[in-house]
Design a protein around this ligand. Structure first.
Ligand code: HEM
Length: 506
């Protein structure tokens, strides 16, 4: 869950929502903050302080417009560590990958304090603020997303993909045309929901999943605003949409599903210990997990498809790699959905994996946030750096991912960038030194994404199915930009969409 800290970005619609009395109050508050902002100056030992001319919002507008360009220009001017004023908060950015470990290992920099506020604002989960045992127990369930448990999940994702695609595989061989984003949304949502939460047995399964997905998308659209601390009452009907989603995920509702994953079963057992059975906060916890499991996987799948559709050479190499594996494991692509790959087999597809890693390198804009619990000094390789209580520290991997010293032609999509002599490439260098961290779309240390293995498996399986069974073509082959409205919150969505078409291979 990309627990971004929010509150950075000016919102033009706020004028409409607040009305004049609200605006007057906001203006008075802003003036107060302006006075406070003006008072802050850089202390000895602290990183360069960049406040900008705009009170409160500071550098937020410039950063949101062109995050990479702006950060690169600040890096050139101020070096690898500096503090920015963003939305009333002081955030120290750490850009040198050799400094990441000092941040990740410092016990006084807290991820949990930071994420708990976010859980309350976005999902209305309150108990995490006060109960550290609950936090620990919830974290213990993440083991069910890895190791042998992942094999079980993987079987389930394949079964669910079969259910999604088999009807089409048995149909005629004419082209279907769709927009890419809704296509990825539908398939990933259904596949992930049924894998983690289970299957609806009733005849109206399709209706249930579609309604749930549509509500989820409405909620997700307002996510950045909720995370920014804007009261939900000011966000149209989102409160009722969230309430409905939470209701769909209460213990009672989940009892109607079959084939619930171990991770959700265990999570539910724990929640029932801490809450009364009818407490709606149980559903809010499940909404949090559902959000984390879908919200980054969808745009990653989108960008993977987009880049492959625009790069026939890459697509041909991937098809070849998959065909070769299917042949070597004695599998024939018969009528209907028949292929099966183990985790080891899936992981042996190095060009497929490299393609996904390359998409994540190009498209991940997550920041890794920590809250400074007390005044402290970070001892870094080249310098000491004083941090102030109440500020935030952010490791910002996009600068690493786009560093031309580490990745040649960093703006280009090179599907085989993470391969070397037909094997996975894991050595990358900066200043002549081998990098421990060169690819961080899933975060770092205590906040590293526990669902990363499942995400990779899902995307790989879906690509294997699409490339094995279908001819795929892009219709509007146009360049798309990343939409930075979720900047610092994970994988951005595209700023518009493209049509593509697919038909069963003859
Ligand atoms: C490509 C897909 C994904 C990406 C890029 C991604 C990325 C991330 C990142 C960057 C974080 C850390 C957030 C932070 O530091 O604030 C995170 C946390 C998390 N992710 Fe993922 N994620 C993905 C898919 C998944 C999936 C499929 C699940 C399934 C269960 C999942 C579950 C979680 C959870 C539960 C957390 C919160 C962990 C905590 O509270 O410590 N993610 N994810």
């Amino acid at each position: 869950m990309s627990a971004g800290m929010g509150g950075f970005w000016p919102e033009p619609w706020l004028t409409r929502s607040l009305g004049y009395p609200g605006l007057a109050l906001a203006a008075a508050l802003l003036l107060l903050v302006l006075c406070l902002n003006a008072r802050r100056t850089r202390r000895p030992g602290e990183p360069p302080l960049i406040k900008g001319w705009l009170p409160y919002f500071g550098q937020a507008l410039k950063l949101q417009k062109d995050p990479l360009g702006f950060m690169t220009s600040l890096q050139k001017q101020y070096g690898d560590i500096f503090t920015l004023l963003l939305g009333g908060k002081y955030i120290t950015f750490i850009l040198d990958p050799f400094h990441y470990t000092s941040v990740a290992k410092n016990q006084k920099l807290s991820f949990q304090i930071f994420t708990n506020k976010f859980l309350k604002r976005v999902f209305s989960i309150k108990k995490m603020l006060t109960d550290s045992d609950l936090i620990d127990e919830i974290h213990s369930t993440y083991q069910f997303l890895q190791g042998k448990h992942l094999d079980i999940l993987m079987e389930s994702t394949m079964q669910n993909l079969k259910q999604v695609f088999e009807p089409q595989l048995l149909k005629t061989t004419s082209w279907s045309t769709e927009y890419l984003l809704p296509f990825c949304n539908s398939v990933i949502f259904e596949m992930t929901f049924t894998t983690i939460y289970g299957n609806i047995l009733a005849d109206d399964k399709k209706i249930f999943i579609t309604e749930l997905k549509d509500d989820f998308l409405k909620f997700d659209e307002k996510f950045t605003r909720l995370a920014s601390g804007i009261p939900i009452e000011l966000l149209g009907n989102i409160k009722s949409v969230r309430t409905k989603l939470i209701k769909d995920l209460t213990t009672e509702s989940l009892a109607k599903l079959q084939g619930m994953s171990e991770v959700v079963q265990r999570r539910n057992d724990i929640l029932e210990k801490y809450y009364t059975p009818k407490d709606t906060e149980i559903g809010a916890h499940h909404l949090g997990l559902l959000w984390a499991s879908v919200t980054n996987t969808v745009p990653t799948m989108f960008w993977a498809m987009y880049y492959l559709l625009r790069n026939p050479k890459a697509m041909a190499v991937l098809r070849d790699e998959i065909d070769h594996l299917l042949q070597s494991t004695g599998q024939k692509k018969g009528p209907g959905f028949s292929i099966y790959l183990t985790r080891e087999q899936l992981d042996s597809l190095v060009y497929l994996e490299s393609t996904i890693l390359e998409v994540l390198r190009l498209c991940s804009f997550s920041g890794i946030f920590r809250f400074v619990q007390e005044d402290l000094t970070l001892h870094l390789e080249s310098q000491d750096c004083c941090l102030r209580k109440g500020d935030f520290v952010v490791i910002f991997p996009p600068i690493l991912h786009h560093d031309p010293e580490i990745f040649e032609a960093p703006d280009e999509f090179r599907f085989d960038r993470f391969t070397e002599n037909g094997k996975k490439k894991t050595t990358f260098f900066k200043r002549g030194k081998k990098l421990k961290y060169y690819h961080l779309p899933f975060g770092l240390g205590v906040s590293k994404c526990p669902g990363r293995f499942l995400a990779m498996v899902e995307i790989k399986q879906l690509l294997v199915v699409l490339l094995t069974y279908f001819d795929l073509e892009i219709i509007d082959n146009k360049p798309l930009e990343l939409n930075y409205s979720r900047f610092l919150f994970g994988i951005p969505y595209p700023d518009s969409d493209v049509l593509f078409r697919y038909k069963i291979k003859s």
